[in-house]
Design a protein around this ligand. Structure first.
Ligand SMILES: NC(=O)c1ccc[n+]([C@@H]2O[C@H](COP(=O)([O-])OP(=O)(O)OC[C@H]3O[C@@H](n4cnc5c(N)ncnc54)[C@H](OP(=O)(O)O)[C@@H]3O)[C@@H](O)[C@H]2O)c1
Length: 254
C-alpha cells in the first residue's frame, strides 16, 4: 500500500460517518427522548450497548447518546433537517422507535372537555399531526438509512386507546383515541409496504405508565414499561411485522 492509501484508510476509519453496524449493538433512533418513556428507552438502549440517536425539540437528551436531533413533530422541515443530520453521522439505522406523542391537553383542552365534539379543528388537527403525521414523516425520512440497516425494524408506540375492540368506552381524550387508531392503520400499511425490503413495522402499547401523560396513578413505572419494551423489541423479527403488541410482547386486541 502507498502512503496516501494508508492515510485514506486511516481517515476513513476515523470518519464520523459510521459505515456499518457496530460490533456491540444496533443503530437506533428514538423520538421524544427529552422526558418520559422515550428518555428511559434511550437510556436503557445506551446501557445495553446500542448506538442511540435521540430526537427532542428542546435539545435535551440523556447522557451517552450518540447524537441529539432536533425534531418538532408538527414541523416537516425540522424532521427533514434532523434526518439529514442523522444521515451525516451514520449510513444505516437498524431500529426506529417513534415514541414522541401527545394528547389534547398539550394544546389547551381542559381535562374534562375532550369528548368527540369538544375540540375545535385546530386542536384536533394538532394532536393528529404529532401522533400520526409526525411518525409517518420521521419514518419516511429515515427510510433510506433503515433500508441499509440490519434486520431493520420500526416500532410505533401506540396505545390500547387506539384499539377498536377495547376503547369505545375507554379514554377521556377522543382525538387521542382517533390518533392512535390512525397510527395503527399507518403502521399496518407501512408493514405491508416495507415487507419486500424486509423492514418490520410493529405497533406497541406500552401499558398505562407513570409519565407526565400517564399520571402518577398509572399501573406501571417507567422502568417496568421501558425494561419490558426493550426485551420485547429484542425478541422481534420480520416475522412479527404488522403485529400490535403489549409492552410484554403479548398480542394486543385490535
Ligand atoms: N404514559 C402512558 O400511560 C401511555 C400509554 C399509552 C401510550 N403512550 C404513548 O407513549 C409515548 C410516550 O408517552 P409518555 O407517556 O412518555 O408521554 P410524556 O411523558 O408526555 O412525553 C411525551 C414525549 O413526546 C414529546 N413530544 C410531545 N409533543 C411533541 C411534538 N410536537 N414534537 C416533538 N416531540 C413531542 C415530548 O417532548 P417535549 O418534552 O418536547 O414536550 C416528550 O418527549 C406516546 O406516544 C404516548 O402516546 C403512553
Amino acid at each position: 500500500m502507498f502512503d496516501h492509501q494508508v492515510k485514506d484508510a486511516y481517515y476513513k476509519f476515523l470518519s464520523p460517518v459510521c459505515n456499518s453496524r457496530t460490533m456491540d449493538g444496533r443503530r437506533v433512533v428514538v423520538s421524544g427522548v427529552g422526558r418520559g418513556l422515550g428518555r428511559r428507552l434511550a437510556e436503557l438502549l445506551v446501557e445495553q450497548g446500542d448506538l442511540v440517536w435521540g430526537t427532542s425539540r428542546n435539545g435535551d437528551a440523556p447522557a451517552g447518546v450518540q447524537g441529539q436531533l432536533s425534531m418538532e413533530m408538527r414541523d416537516e422541515a425540522s424532521i427533514i433537517a434532523g434526518a439529514a443530520e442523522l444521515a451525516a453521522q451514520t449510513e444505516s439505522v437498524d431500529l426506529l422507535i417513534n415514541c414522541a406523542g401527545t394528547d389534547a391537553r398539550s394544546f389547551g383542552a381542559a381535562h374534562g372537555e375532550r369528548g368527540p365534539f369538544d375540540l375545535d379543528a385546530e386542536t384536533f388537527n394538532a394532536v393528529m399531526e404529532v401522533n400520526v403525521t409526525g411518525p409517518m414523516l420521521v419514518t419516511r425520512h429515515v427510510l433510506p438509512l433503515l433500508r441499509a440497516g440490519k434486520d431493520a425494524m420500526v416500532v410505533n408506540i401506540s396505545s390500547q386507546l387506539g384499539s377498536m375492540a377495547l376503547a369505545q368506552d375507554m379514554g377521556a381524550d377522543t382525538v387521542y383515541n382517533v390518533s392512535k387508531a390512525a397510527l395503527n392503520m399507518l403502521s399496518l400499511k407501512s408493514a405491508a409496504a416495507l415487507r419486500g425490503d424486509r423492514i418490520g413495522v410493529i405497533m406497541l402499547h406500552p401499558g398505562w405508565v407513570q409519565t407526565d401523560m400517564g399520571g402518577s396513578s398509572a399501573a406501571l413505572t417507567i422502568d417496568e414499561s421501558a425494561g419490558a419494551i426493550v426485551d420485547t423489541i429484542g425478541s422481534l423479527s420480520i416475522e412479527d411485522s404488522g403485529r400490535f403488541v403489549r409492552w410484554d410482547g403479548t398480542d394486543h386486541p385490535w
